[in-house]
Write a protein that binds this ligand. Structure first.
Ligand SMILES: NC(=O)c1ccc[n+]([C@@H]2O[C@H](COP(=O)([O-])OP(=O)(O)OC[C@H]3O[C@@H](n4cnc5c(N)ncnc54)[C@H](O)[C@@H]3O)[C@@H](O)[C@H]2O)c1
Length: 313
């Protein structure tokens, strides 16, 4: 198959590109390298440093390649950037994504969209998990742009027969996640622990509590979902890609300190403006089609080992 991966030089997209190459597919990567890195790219993938907002060039490239499926990961992926720059967020995540949808329509490609379960459902009360049927309740421009594009996909599916899959990722973690940004608490903690630097648990409500509650899902589970979607197994579906396990920031910090095997200096920080207190998703649909998610312990071990392998002696 021919697979176009947008954002394929980034964290999740590069793992999808790797797996697609490994599965024997022809892979074309489009990425403007705003947060992605060429080191992440699989050697045999064809790479074009293109902004998805450049409709003309994107179209020419895609019409030439004629992808069977497009795995759309290119995005402004930071909630806090979206709060500061909502127009930029909409420009990339909505207008840029519409260019990708147009290409999918013109080429007859399946479109697999990386949406957000972590931000889309808003606050998930204690004891509950958000299922796909929960109404969208965006609390940030990022969640708005992702939710809006989901609506466009449904409309295109209805009107023009676009074959699409919406993957609502929880908090994805794993090797290659950028520890320098504001997202990716697993990568930030692991890197700081390896360097013997203090880590900070931001409050859920009051300084000194166990921090926000999140659903951490291993990047390999996102990859599995993409590979299945390429085959058409998930056509027309909207699926949470999640573990369903509620983990506080403090529990995560303690577990990582054990895995890194370094004494941890844990500071308590205030609540970070805009952070949801609790986000945990229901993975039942994913489990029924794709099998069980990677256990947290196994995913965190693989991630820790990868970051350790990156430390220069
Ligand atoms: N990481 C998570 O926990 C998570 C959760 C939910 C959804 N997502 C979504 O998954 C996708 C990948 O996220 P990630 O964590 O790998 O982030 P990332 O920043 O590592 O990857 C995004 C990639 O898109 C590229 N990009 C950004 N703007 C572009 C543009 N205008 N044109 C072309 N390329 C552009 C970047 O250079 C980068 O390589 C995003 O759509 C994100 O919104 C991620």
């Amino acid at each position: 198959m021919k697979i176009l991966v947008t954002g394929g030089a980034g964290f999740i997209g590069s793992h999808v590109a790797d797996a697609a190459v490994e599965a024997g597919h022809d892979v074309l990567v489009v990425d403007d390298l705003s947060t992605g890195r060429t080191e992440n790219l699989p050697a045999s993938a064809d790479f074009h440093p293109i902004d998805i907002r450049n409709a003309k060039v994107l179209r020419e490239l895609a019409l030439h390649f004629k992808p069977d499926a497009i795995s759309h990961h290119a995005a402004q992926a930071s909630v806090s950037v979206s709060v500061r720059e909502p127009v930029l967020d909409a420009d990339i995540n909505l207008m840029g994504s519409l260019n990708v949808a147009n290409v999918a329509l013109e080429c007859g490609s399946r479109l697999i969209f990386s949406s957000t379960g972590g931000a889309l459902y808003g606050e998930v009360p204690d004891g509950q998990v958000a299922g796909e049927e929960w109404p969208a309740s965006p609390k940030s421009p990022y969640a708005c742009s992702k939710a809006s594009f989901e609506l466009y996909l449904r409309a295109f599916g209805h009107e023009s027969g676009l074959r699409y899959t919406i993957l609502r990722y929880a908090n994805v973690y794993g090797p290659r996640q950028d520890p320098h940004g504001e997202a990716g608490v697993v990568s930030i903690f692991v890197q700081r622990l390896l360097r013997g630097e203090p880590i900070q648990v931001n409050a859920r409500t009051r300084q000194g509590d166990d921090g926000c509650v999140r659903d951490y899902v291993y990047v390999g589970d996102s990859v599995r979902a993409n590979l299945a979607a390429f085959e058409g197994v998930l056509d027309g579906r909207t699926i949470n890609i999640a573990s369903g396990v509620a983990t506080t920031t403090r529990a995560l910090a303690e577990r990582l300190a054990v895995l890194v095997d370094r004494p941890a200096i844990v500071n308590d920080g205030p609540h970070r403006a805009g952070d949801l207190e609790r986000s945990v998703l229901d993975p039942a649909v994913m489990v029924s089609i794709l099998g069980e998610p990677t256990p947290l312990e196994r995913g965190l071990t693989a991630t820790t080992e990868w970051f350790r392998s990156q430390v220069r002696p």
